[in-house]
Design a protein around this ligand. Structure first.
Ligand code: ATP
Length: 577
């Protein structure tokens, strides 16, 4: 009977449906008790050979049966309704929080584990709250009423039953700590396995290419066995719990039966009294038996509660304390001023005093060897992290002064890994602007150089893509992502390695598309291949977290520094292809 604070908090998001489900459950329990009383009276009459009231009594039993069936049906509907509300409230809250936490949280948490928390964990919370919690309330409220009913018939029997109820509720609590530890172990193992499976399924091509499918399968089997062991370990403890509850119930019932028999033999009780005692003793324990059953179903919710609480209360990498939401009548200049930043736990700073201006309405290209800090610079502009020192400014405004929503509206991004959903091309594009007309979609796709290829498809813009856009080529995916970014209509456009997955002909197409897209925007482009950034107004060479040089292609190539070395490497790579 654990009342986890996180679960009670979730309960408070749908109090009315939960109360309705609880009230109906109490009525169902009382209907059981009413039926027991009627049956006791009927049996006593039959035993005494009095048949006069029998039709009325049997009619009443039938009526209670029908009434209870209706109540059970309404109760199930109410509980399902309460569960659905709690589920959707909690999932909404967690999804909003995931959006708030931003990509930095995603880097540190495995997608499969998150999925397990948000899907299976929330499902467990639903069962706990919509079934276990109402049952617990009924035990606390209705069982005492039934005990009072028993006390009217036989005080000592009520005392014995009370002792049994208290024992059934409290003795298993001695195992709570062990159960909590096992439950946590079970949930952690489950999350780990869920994450392993998701990664294995998503990365099947990599596993095949590296010949690691069998090894991976064996590792997953071992993980499954570990989950099985954790499940059995948890069950062993929670079955002790059930056994103790059952023992207390059996002992209580037996005690009450013995007392009823003793009273009957001693002639102290009426026949009706004895029957009532026998029937009600059993009814006193019905809510407890049901509670024990619901406990097993709802326990996943308790196990997952810590993970849900941790996710819900996790602090975003950057606080959303800015309030400005500028309208940007013209594209803003982007300035990095004395920016220093080290990833948490990293020894060396990724950016070590970067001063850099990306002029308004122009394209600035960032180049540099792998690990130079190019992507980190873009991440700071988007506030995935805040710099440890220095500031990132948009037209002189520190990005921290803007609300995160306003900042996101100001910057459109085509990132290294383009993500397309298993939906139509039009739906994928409209992620950026749900109200965009077909004409706007076509205009953005023309600018991104993909319109003609889309219209050449049999279903055109209605073509449904495979998962992650699997039915498109790498270059098509990138140009579609570019079109999507253009639909955001943000004054700042950020492109990270937009040409990495394409051949030279496509690269030329994309370069052209970028030139078109960059018009009227402040554009920051990171590219490995220098061909893609040759045309840039300014090329910034980064090396080991610092600005090494700034200029245009001609001056930098002539200067013989890092850029010239990169250009030579680029040329020889092209020669190899
Ligand atoms: N999430 C992270 N956690 C810790 N260190 C990181 C993280 N991301 C990047 N780094 C480190 O920060 C430094 C800069 O990385 P960054 O990704 O910005 O380089 P880059 O210039 O974009 O490289 P590439 O061209 O290979 O993408 C590298 O030393 C890298 O190892």
């Amino acid at each position: 009977m654990m009342l986890h604070p996180e679960l009670l908090r979730a309960a408070r998001t749908a109090p009315a449906p939960l109360l309705r489900a609880t009230a109906l459950l109490a009525l169902v329990t009382l209907a059981h008790a009413g039926q027991a009383v009627l049956l006791a009276v009927t049996l006593a009459d039959i035993a005494r050979g009095r048949t006069g009231r029998l039709p009325v009594l049997l009619g009443a039993v039938g009526a209670v049966l029908v009434l209870r069936a209706i109540l059970v049906w309404r109760q199930r509907v109410a509980a399902a309704d309460a569960g659905a509300r709690i589920r959707s409230n909690l999932r909404d809250e967690l999804l909003v929080q995931l959006g708030r936490l931003g990509p930095a949280h995603g880097d540190a948490t495995r997608a499969g584990a998150l999925r397990a928390t948000v899907v299976d964990g929330v499902e467990g919370v639903n069962t706990y709250l919509s079934r276990y919690l109402p049952q617990l309330a009924v035990v606390c409220v209705v069982t005492p009423v039934l005990l009072v009913g028993v006390a009217v018939v036989h005080v000592w029997a009520a005392v014995v039953l009370l002792a049994a109820v208290v024992a059934a509720l409290s003795v298993p609590r001695l195992w709570d700590r062990a159960l909590a530890a096992r439950g946590k172990e079970h949930w952690d193992t489950y999350e780990g396995l869920a994450a392993d499976y998701l990664e294995s399924l998503q990365q099947m091509p990599t596993l095949r290419a590296t010949g690691a499918v069998r090894r991976r399968r064996e590792a997953l089997e071992e993980r499954s066995r570990r989950l099985h062991r954790a499940t059995v370990a948890k069950l062993r403890v929670s079955l002790v719990d059930t056994a103790l509850t059952d023992l207390a119930i059996q002992a209580g019932t037996l005690g009450a039966v013995l007392l009823a028999c003793a009273s009957a033999t001693a002639g102290r009780a009426t026949g009706t009294g004895s029957y009532l005692l026998l029937m009600l003793a059993s009814e006193c324990f019905r809510p407890l038996r049901d509670l024990s059953r619901e406990w097993h179903a709802g326990y996943v919710g308790v196990s997952a509660a810590d993970g849900i609480a941790a996710l819900r209360t996790a602090r975003p990498a950057v606080p959303d304390t800015g309030t400005l939401a500028p309208a940007w009548p013209s594209p803003p200049a982007v300035v990095f001023s004395g920016v220093r930043f080290a990833y948490p736990g990293a020894g060396r700073p990724a950016l070590d005093g970067v001063d850099l201006e990306c002029p308004a309405g122009r394209t600035t290209a960032l180049v540099g060897p792998s690990g130079a800090g190019k992507s980190t610079l873009l991440a700071l502009l988007q506030r995935h992290h805040d710099p440890d020192a220095g500031a990132v400014l948009l037209d002189g405004l520190d990005v921290r002064e803007l609300s995160l929503a306003a900042l996101r509206r100001s910057i459109a991004v085509v990132s290294q890994d383009v993500y397309l959903f298993a939906a139509s091309i039009a739906d994928n594009l409209r992620l950026a602007d749900p109200g965009a007309t077909d004409e706007r979609l076509a205009a953005a796709c023309r600018d991104a150089g993909i319109h003609d290829e889309i219209t050449a498809l049999p279903d055109g813009y209605a073509t449904v893509l495979g998962e992650r856009g699997a039915t498109l080529s790498g270059g098509q995916r990138q140009r579609l992502a570019l079109a999507r970014a253009l639909l955001c209509d943000a004054p700042v456009l950020v492109l990270d390695e937009a040409t990495s997955a394409v051949d030279q002909r496509r690269e030329h197409q994309i370069t052209e598309a970028l030139r078109r897209a960059a018009r009227g925007r402040t554009c920051l482009v990171v590219a490995h291949r220098l061909a893609a950034v040759r045309h840039a107004d300014r090329i910034v060479v980064l090396d080991r977290g610092r600005v090494d040089d700034v200029g245009d292609h001609r001056t930098l190539a002539g200067a013989g520094g890092t850029y010239a070395a990169l250009a030579t490497a680029d040329l020889s790579r092209r020669g190899e292809r």
